[in-house]
Write a protein that binds this ligand. Structure first.
Ligand SMILES: [Zn+2]
Length: 325
């Protein structure tokens, strides 16, 4: 036997996680910092991913050692991050309110600091979650009084059959979204809701400054995200964002029967056309891009001035509540 050990962990011929196809175009050879990173487009369905796709072990190793330092440079969340995460959790709750009775048990996969879980809890839901990175875990428990376990998705076999599962900017990080969604399907209560957010690859230039980096193994369009989730046993309830939004927000329900999935014919041509348009306009949009950076820096400064007070008030409110319970 001449096959190396590596061949058993990563198939020699990559297969598309959405359609099983093996025909890829290489659409980029570098990441957003100019480092070598090969990105492929499945010519059968339009799914975009790293080639080769990193294995589960490689992804786990990356998160265990590098992710927080690479992208956030901190072990304890600063006030600005907590304020943003809290406001984001409130925004998600507001967005989902029309679809909820208000009593659903909620479970978040990749809960980060735990602000979204806590926000749902303060609105009357029983809420918990898991976060594979342990950096913020003690903060989540001791400051926010949340129930966030430091566990990997695949080590979790029972989450108490939650009626709503949240997956916020996480699906693009999995080595196999199909495997993750299949597992999530098994955790969710029958008829339960599944809410997912991720960056929108075909949103107009809004994403080009964060396109293609190691942590985002998959880049979804609204069409490929919907097809991926549906093919794992869910039916779509609503798309909450427009095609031109930089992010995709979609709500699904666990389906009784496996829905029939229409193949994404010619979608790869659409994706390629949009990416070419990105490349062509990137140069001309340089001033717009710089303007956006300036605006971003300005809002950082304003946030910096208000975040400390915001978080102090929030933490003392949560501490008082926890003392009462
Ligand atoms: Zn495919």
């Amino acid at each position: 036997m001449s096959t190396s050990k590596k061949a058993t962990t990563r198939p020699a011929t990559p297969r598309c996680d959405l359609c099983g196809g093996v025909d890829f175009s290489i659409i980029s050879a570098s990441d957003r910092h100019g480092e070598a990173l090969q990105t492929g487009l499945c010519r059968d369905c339009g799914l975009v991913m790293h080639l080769p796709v990193p294995s589960e072990a490689e992804v786990a190793e990356y998160y265990a050692t590098r992710y927080r330092q690479d992208y956030h440079g901190e072990q304890v969340p600063n006030a600005r991050r907590v304020m943003r995460a809290w406001n984001n959790g409130e925004r998600i709750h507001r967005q989902l309110t029309p679809y909820l009775s208000g009593s659903e048990s909620v479970f978040e996969i990749g809960a980060g600091i735990g602000c979204t879980v806590k926000a749902f809890e303060t609105h009357g839901h029983s809420a918990a979650g898991i976060e594979p990175n342990r950096d913020f875990n003690s903060y989540s428990r001791s400051k926010l009084f949340t129930r966030i376990e430091n566990t990997n998705l695949y080590d979790l076999n029972d989450a108490g059959s939650p009626q709503l599962i949240l997956l916020i900017h996480v699906i693009e990080h999995f080595s196999s979204p199909r495997r993750a969604l299949t597992h999530i399907h098994s955790l969710l209560a029958d008829g339960g809701l599944f809410y997912v957010e991720c960056p929108n690859l075909t949103g107009p230039f809004a994403t080009f400054d964060r396109m293609f980096h190691y942590a985002h193994i998959y880049n979804f369009t609204p069409q490929t995200l919907q097809a991926m989730v549906e093919s794992c046993g869910f039916e779509k309830v609503a798309t909450l964002t427009g095609e031109d939004n930089p992010d995709i927000h979609m709500l699904f329900r666990k389906a009784k029967a496996k829905p029939a999935i229409a193949p994404l014919q010619r979608h790869s041509l659409h994706v390629e056309a949009v990416l070419n348009r990105h490349n062509a306009i990137t140069y001309h949009l340089r001033p717009v891009y710089l303007m956006r950076r300036v605006q971003k820096l300005w809002s950082y400064m304003v946030e910096g001035l208000t975040a400390g007070m915001f978080v102090n008030r929030l933490l003392s409110r949560l501490a008082k509540q926890a003392a009462k319970d």
